[in-house]
Design a protein around this ligand. Structure first.
Ligand SMILES: [Zn+2]
Length: 286
């Protein structure tokens, strides 16, 4: 007997029953087809879920990277801005320094050194001390401009008169004879009798009077261990105890005391010991 190639499927419903005729071969393949479709659906579902997880992770990574880039950009610009601010501050300090030096009448060009001190000198003098070991190096100005400005305000700077140096600090020949040897504890500036002598720093006059070797002399104490001294004056224009500002006239050029001719004997003392004033005459590189 031949297998019928068509089957009747009954759909039973509480209210009515329907019957449909379908191809019997289709019914035979229905179960494996349904199973295959279910497996395919599960596999696809797993794929979709993994993709979603992957996508979520990538998005999180991207967000984290963006955050890091943002942070780096912020860091870089903060660093650059800080440097620019530093530069601006330095620029401002340099301007303040220039103004400060101009206001007190500091001369920029270094005074000319004497050509030869092995001959009698008509503008030199000061006490003749014993020649000793060379003076210690005083160190350089502060490293940054801000410190430099603060330091400059506390240091003797510039020259007492815009003239030339007639005798330098250190060992020299006797200016009266051009022979022998002596230690010169300051700088001599050539001048004319009556020329004004300006203070190179602000401070308090601790001595104004006559002193052997120095003649009429003014000594000014700074508040940082420095002392400045101007000797051989023809006239003293300040009194002991008086406060003077840098640039104030403290006296007039003369040739009093141990002096071969009109000049200013200028000393800078640090903690009581004379040091070479030449590095203090100008801030220019030499
Ligand atoms: Zn001198």
């Amino acid at each position: 007997m031949n297998k019928p190639n068509r089957s009747t499927v009954l759909i039973v419903d509480p209210e009515q029953t329907k019957s449909i005729e379908v191809n019997t071969r289709l019914l035979r393949y229905l179960k494996p087809t349904l199973i295959g479709l279910s497996i395919a659906t599960i596999v696809l579902g797993i794929g979709v879920v993994s993709l979603a997880i992957h996508s979520y992770t990538t998005a999180k990574d991207n967000q984290s990277l963006r955050q890091k880039v943002g942070d780096l950009e912020g860091f870089t610009s903060a660093e650059v801005n800080a440097k620019i601010n530093e530069l601006r501050k330095s620029e401002k300090a340099v301007l303040e320094l220039q103004n400060y030096l101009q206001e007190r009448g500091v001369y920029n060009a270094p005074a000319q050194p004497p050509t030869d001190d092995s001959k009698p000198n008509n503008a030199a003098g000061g006490p003749a001390l014993k020649i000793s070991a060379s003076m210690p190096f005083m160190g350089s100005f502060a490293q940054n401009t801000q410190n430099l400005l603060e330091a400059a305000k506390k240091l003797p700077l510039g020259v007492p008169a815009p003239t030339e140096i007639s005798s330098r600090f250190g060992n020299r020949f006797n200016p009266f004879t051009g022979g022998g040897g002596e230690f010169h504890p300051g700088l001599d500036f050539r001048g004319e009798i009556g020329d004004p002598i300006k203070s190179t720093a602000s401070g308090v006059v601790n001595f104004a009077g006559y002193q052997n070797g120095y003649g009429n002399v003014v000594r000014i104490s700074l508040d940082n261990g420095y002392e400045i001294l101007f000797g051989h004056m023809s006239e003293i224009d300040v009194q002991q105890g008086q406060t003077v500002q840098a640039g104030d006239v403290v006296g007039k050029v003369g040739s009093t005391g141990r002096s071969t001719g009109p000049h200013i004997h200028y000393e800078i003392r640090k903690d009581g010991a004379p040091i070479d004033p030449e590095p203090f005459l100008t801030l220019s590189a030499r």
